[in-house]
Design a protein around this ligand. Sequence first.
Ligand code: NAD
Length: 471
Amino acid sequence: MRDTTRFYIDGKWVEPVSPKTADVINPATEQVSGAISLGSADDVNKAVAAARRAFESWSRTSVKERLDLLRAIQAEYTARLQDLGEAVTEEMGAPLSLGCGFQAGLGAGHLQTAIEVLEQFKFEEQRGQTLILREPIGVCGLITPWNWPLNQVTVKVFPALATGCTSVLKPPQLAPYSAQILAEIMHKAGTPAGVFNMIQGQGSVIGSALSKHPDVDMISFTGSEPVGIQISKDAADTVKRVGLELGGKSAWIILDDADLAVNVAAATSGMMVNSGQTCSAGSRLLVPNSRMEEAVAAAKAAADAVTVGDPLSDVAMGPVVSKSQWNIIQDYIQKGLDEGATLISGGLGRPTGLDRGYFVKPTVFGCTNDAVIAREEIFGPVLVMIGYDDLDHAVAIANDSDFGLGGYVSGRDKDVAISLARQMRTGAIWINGGFDFHAPFGGYKHSGNGREWGEYGFHEYLEVKSIMVGG
Ligand code: NAD
């Protein structure tokens, strides 16, 4: 049993102001795995006050001091990589190979990237007669979701710290363990009191108190669209900067010249990674109508081959995060059936042989882009396949979405792929794979307004000052 009932405030592990706890459920077993404290607005006030005090000195530290701390954190993070991965598996059900691999590894990557960016970042620049300064915005409230829990925490905490900001982190209630370990890492590495604080609990209480708090200068939020809208409203009265990283319904276009079977299989199994709980997942697979039959066969074979089960065993897919998430996904599968979409693989209920745990069948539908399952973010292992007639049609379908977070193009002719990417109204596009920690990540349209990762992630936390010097 894990105990995460204390908060990290002002460099110390402290009891909540008003004791109240909630169980944490292991999604693979449906058993209680531990408890967290549910914080209150009083805890938020304490943490914000500590962060405000610490900002006075932390905002004036040198780049070298901040680099030294980031490197000390890196040493601790590396030493606890396995712990972090195991915590992710226990809290949100990712297979252990994914938890200890990409899940924990993304955090290590963002940490290394923050160090590389800080080593060369220009906090000052002379343009003509104007001296331009980039200064830390102040106290930041960082609110994160459960799906890639370390990725989302580290992509905020380290740029905030590197730019001289102080922060109060509110991790997801469903996945509190990895953030708790990160706080232990920050403490052991010698983070000065108040520079980083962490409070667990409910979004509607802690997140809302942070968003409305007059002494918080900025909120960086990753999560769902409705909560992002609520945070923006809550933050409006205090004129805070609000960075939003929201949901997606990203298109994966397979070009006619691509090796269709290989690429459809890659897109299908890619959709099932992390049980489909990835904001930038390619959840709409666009294939040429002329080759639909071949594509359907390849998608079915790939989905049927995805192994599902105990995340501590050698499987490709664990459960989804919670009972309520399981129910939402089942409702969407039912909607797909009701709408007359063609079920290619998977469907309702748990996979055969799994009668406990929030397991979902890897599911593929064929449908048109106006189906509800093609328009709304399902956030589960459900892929929709849509046919296109020509490249203009493919782009039109890709762009016919309220969201604009990710996009994928697979094909041999890179010029054609890049030309399509240019026309797609979306924040990040991967052509034939590829991955870069320095590439800015964020959304168009309802997918948000922020840009995280690499140097762009630093700008989120900086104010810009012009000093104009006359003769
Ligand atoms: P969520 O919006 O329910 O919760 C996210 C966080 O917000 C949690 O910590 C939650 O406690 C908190 N919260 C809830 N209500 C709040 C309120 N009123 N005020 C302040 N905070 C509040 O999202 P989720 O279910 O945890 O995550 C899934 C969503 O996150 C999906 O839509 C997914 O696409 C999105 N997401 C986006 C990105 C991205 O980078 N764009 C990355 C990962 C996940």
